[in-house]
Design a protein around this ligand. Structure first.
Ligand code: 13P
Length: 329
């Protein structure tokens, strides 16, 4: 999952999230259009074999077949990539804590993991969501989310499935990088404490965090070097060395920022963990736009996906440059 020069494609948008993405490109969201779009990604020769170690799927997708009848899971395996599955049921309001959520989905999880294993999943994802705004997050919401993440991770390991542990501190607000750092430190320390209490083997997880980064509406945006310095300092103080890999979410960063920041982080190496990407939007925005639902655009969409996968693969090794972006454009 965190092999050198490779990262994870997060293609696990729920039906409501993918509808928003399709609305933006003028495509109706139906089981068939969702299948067509994801099939074109998984059939992208080059990107899949060279740069995508694993693909996170949604419940609908793990059961779907390509137009020629091949299960989509087989396409991923045939490319030498690992199928994974989102197993949480989404972030729901936390009663008594206005503006805060706790991620649900623990009920029946053991049974669902067994079924997903049979369908081909070898890793899973659970996303906890922590928002930054005046008065939040509270320690209670952080703890509730960390406990759920730890119970999920323990269930995964009992089912021979690698858990991606994703505590996402949102970058939607106008907060500073320093505030993001402080909240993310509290979140990560709490998550690792709960993982320990729940007897989760840290050697068998992948952490999927946010970077230490300013909110998207903040006056001052940090440079890639500033993001990298703060992020590495943060992880050095609270991510145990036993964790084999860290795969970032993109969280609303532009395609270029997500790549430049990952590259700057890896340039601070050697680091004690493999550090790569597990991007949704930052890998898919360009291919989605190029595709726009037209069969005649499949080759252009695959070229766009190939390009972003290659750029992020280079960034995962600290070998990306803006010149390479321009050379390809
Ligand atoms: P983004 O990279 O679009 O943030 O998505 C990654 C993901 O899987 C969030 O759970």
């Amino acid at each position: 999952m965190v092999a050198r020069g490779k990262g994870i494609l997060a293609a696990d948008e729920s039906s409501s999230t993918i509808k928003k993405r399709f609305d933006a490109i003028g495509v109706e969201s139906t089981p068939d259009t969702r299948r067509d779009y994801r099939e074109l990604l998984f059939r992208t020769t080059g990107a899949m074999q060279r740069h995508i170690s694993g693909v996170i799927l949604y419940d609908e997708t793990i059961r779907q077949k390509a137009v020629d009848g091949t299960p989509l899971v087989r396409l991923i395996e045939q490319a030498g990539s690992i199928p994974g599955i989102k197993v949480d049921a989404g972030a729901k309001p936390l009663p008594g804590f206005p503006g805060e959520t706790v991620t649900e989905g623990l009920d029946g999880l053991a049974g669902r993991l067994k079924e997903y294993y049979e369908l081909g999943a070898r890793f899973a994802k659970w996303r906890a969501v922590i928002d930054i705004a005046p008065g939040i997050p509270t320690a209670t919401a952080i703890k509730a989310n960390a406990q759920a993440l730890a119970r999920y991770a323990a269930h995964c390991q009992a089912a021979d499935i690698v858990p991606i542990v994703e505590p996402e501190v949102l970058m939607d607000g106008d907060h500073s990088l320093e505030r993001c750092y402080e909240v993310t430190e509290h979140v990560l320390r709490t998550v690792f404490s709960e993982l320990y209490d729940m007897r989760v083997m840290l050697e068998g997880i992948v952490l999927k965090p946010n970077m230490a980064i300013a909110g998207i509406k903040a006056q001052r945006q940090a440079s890639p070097d500033e993001v990298a310095e703060a992020t590495v300092r943060l992880f050095r103080t609270c991510v145990p060395l036993a964790v084999p890999g860290i795969a970032f979410l993109s969280g609303g960063q532009s395609d270029l920022a997500a790549t430049a920041n990952l590259d700057a982080i890896n340039r601070l190496g050697p680091l004690p963990w493999s550090i790569t990407f597990s991007y949704g939007r930052a890998l898919q925005a360009a291919p989605q736009k190029a595709w726009s639902g037209k069969p005649g655009n499949v080759a252009a969409a695959q070229a766009a996906f190939n390009h972003r996968a290659r750029m992020n693969g280079l960034a995962a090794m600290g070998q990306w440059s803006e010149a390479l972006e321009k050379a390809a454009a």
